[in-house]
Design a protein around this ligand. Sequence first.
Ligand SMILES: [Zn+2]
Length: 85
Amino acid sequence: MRAMATNELTDADINRYIETDGSNCPFYASDALYLGAVRGGTGIAFRDITCRSCNKTWREIFYLAEIQYPAREDFARIERPGSVT
Ligand SMILES: [Zn+2]
């Protein structure tokens, strides 16, 4: 686990967060996260995440990357664009 961090995030911190699908706090590596509601508009959305361990809040930003038709209920089968399967 990383040491208790500063208020700053490096590009490496952010890249690690994205590569691990935001599963852990980018400051303190805790997985006790409160996921806010997704909000947004045309082609872009965001949600605020709060860490229950360090109480920091950051924002995840989502861009429209793909559509699915017909829509299926099995969300786990949606593949990230560019993923190697
Ligand atoms: Zn944290």
